[in-house]
Design a protein around this ligand. Structure first.
Ligand code: FAD
Ligand code: NAD
Length: 480
């Protein structure tokens, strides 16, 4: 297991000394979001310091998006190959080769390449834990006190939530870090939580050979998605041999031989060699000095659409990414980071930042077009609304039963939902479920962000034979 200790030789002293007091912007946290905020600030002419206490690249690069997708991809590719008649494929995964591929994708947990990129982009990198120590002031443990002339941007991400279940704190459990970095397949794995981490990791480890059981307290998996999405993923997991327990709550957790036992509310129990706790994440603000600027430690940083943190006088504190609690996915955080970096630079230049909707300086899409893909097989890809939320909204559901799909995989099964605003005649939400639907998502995103009228979308003719042909059927269902 990777410990999180960093091996690269970049220290606070050898970088910040060159800068002296001449810093315009300090970015705290060098995940994907902090890196983007810093790069945009530099592009806008700001002398920018990026402080990181673990690895440049953050959770996403080493313990989240990248390794989880690397673990899922071989199993998904093998399953896809089995669905194409004529392909000789025994479908067996070589676990050692899968782990080697995952290790390569995470650069063997070495962030040297990211440091080189940051320095090449003109960002000054400082290693160490940073805390706000006053108005426009950041103190780095064992390092400098930074007093930027313009702004501090907090991009510290999020950390896993440990639910209040008796005994849970006393037994060794897997967090998402362990589930994405382990290099041995456990005999059995219990997964507490039926959200995105839970279903992705359940499938990855089941396809690698573990006997997996999911304990989900809701009535379905992926509760934030339309019901058909969670149902399709549950069915696929069951086909992979996963036991899916719905409406199940953990009452007590205890050590059991070399493994873990979870007693459930209904009197049943689950035992496994490992227990993955995947019950959500909370903003990483517990030890950030928020109290020094009048905010409450542990809470999300509430921001406006330019990234400016609410309730801090002086207009110098910004935030983006998971720490804001707006949309806990990498790409939305990076989008907000680009906005913040540009806003800070523009304000420093004395330019008026017009923060109206869809301007260059506002993360407006966070309210209308958040995208997410769950990389299970079948994939679940969604943007905007998943349900109607106004009387004028109409929901159109249909199977993906077009020629392109049946040629993509024998017996292709998929389903799609459009949410349409029938007054404005535009799409306001789309959810696709099926093999390889992730790549269908951007068309829906463009339609939503562009507010493309349905009658004009009708002229966007999907190529034959592709899975995108389903768009034509959907528009017909909308009355075109
Ligand atoms: C298992 C898993 C899989 C995921 N898969 C996907 C996916 O496929 N696609 C997707 O879009 N999203 C995915 N996500 C979500 C994604 O990882 C996050 O949305 C993303 O990492 C947020 O980026 P961030 O930069 O805000 O935070 P982080 O990536 O968490 O980075 C924050 C950085 O700040 C540093 N830091 C924190 N506090 C301090 C401090 N005081 N001083 C200095 N440095 C500090 C941390 O060390 C870290 O490097 C996944 C999450 C998990 C858990
Ligand atoms: N592909 C992706 O985009 C991707 C992949 C993984 C994670 N993420 C992001 O990371 C974040 C964290 O993921 P996550 O799956 O941990 O959180 P989540 O919020 O998606 O799911 C957590 C689940 O745990 C359940 N839960 C909470 N307490 C519980 C308890 N005591 N017992 C049983 N179940 C309990 C919740 O009801 C919920 O369904 C998410 O917001 C997600 O967007 C994204």
């Amino acid at each position: 297991m990777d410990t999180g200790e960093n091996t690269a030789e970049h220290t606070a002293e050898n970088t910040v000394d060159e800068l002296g007091e001449d810093v315009d912007v300090v970015v705290i946290g060098a995940g994907p979001v902090g890196e983007n905020a810093a790069a945009r600030a530099v592009r806008g002419g700001m002398r920018t310091v990026l402080v990181e206490h673990e690895r440049l690249g953050g959770e996403c690069s080493y313990w989240a998006c990248v390794p989880s997708k690397a673990l899922l991809r071989p199993g998904n590719a093998a399953a896809a190959a089995r669905r194409v008649p004529g392909v000789r494929c025994d479908g067996e995964l070589d676990e050692h080769a899968v782990f080697a591929w995952r290790d390569k994708r995470v650069s063997h947990w070495d962030d040297g390449g990211q440091v080189d990129w940051a320095e090449g982009a003109g960002i000054t990198v400082v290693r160490g834990r940073a805390r706000l120590s006053g108005q426009r002031e950041v103190t780095v443990d064992g390092g400098p006190v930074l007093r930027p002339t313009h702004a501090v941007v907090v991009c510290t991400g999020s950390v896993p939530v440990t639910p209040d279940v008796e005994g849970l704190a006393d037994v060794p459990v897997w967090t998402s870090r362990d589930a994405t970095s382990a290099s041995a397949v456990p005999e059995s794995l219990a997964v507490l939580g039926g959200g995105v981490v839970g279903v992705e990791m359940a499938q990855a480890w089941a396809r690698l050979g573990a006997s997996v059981e999911i304990i989900a307290r809701g009535e379905r998996l992926l509760p934030r998605m339309p019901a058909f999405a969670g149902e399709a993923v549950a069915e696929a997991l069951r086909a992979d041999g996963v036991r899916v327990r719905l409406g199940a709550s953990a009452r007590r957790v205890s050590a059991d031989g070399g493994g873990v036992r979870v007693d459930l509310d209904d009197g049943e129990s689950v035992t496994a060699q490992r227990l993955l706790v995947a019950t959500g994440r909370k903003p990483a603000t517990g030890d950030l000095g928020l109290d020094r600027v009048g905010l409450t430690p542990g809470r999300a940083l509430t921001v406006d659409d330019t990234g400016l943190v609410a309730d801090v006088p002086g207009g110098w504190l910004y935030a983006a990414g998971d720490v804001t609690g707006r949309a806990l996915v990498t790409h939305q955080g990076k989008y907000a980071a680009r906005v913040v970096g540009d806003v800070v630079a523009a304000r420093a230049r004395g330019e008026e930042v017009r923060a109206e909707a869809w301007s260059h300086y506002t993360a407006t899409a966070d309210h209308h077009a958040v995208t997410q893909v769950v990389f299970t097989d079948p994939e679940v890809a969604s943007v905007g609304l998943v349900e109607a939320d106004k009387p004028s909204h109409r929901v159109v559901d249909r199977d993906i039963d077009v020629a392109g799909a049946s040629l993509h995989a024998d017996g292709y099964e998929g389903r799609v939902r459009l949410v349409v605003d029938s007054e404005r005649q535009v799409v306001v939400g789309a959810t696709f479920v099926g093999q390889d639907v992730a790549e269908l998502l951007h068309a829906a995103t463009v339609a939503i962000v562009g507010e493309v009228p349905l009658r004009r979308l009708w002229h966007a003719v999907p190529a034959f034979p592709t899975v995108s042909e389903v768009w034509l059927r959907l528009l017909e269902d909308c009355g075109l």
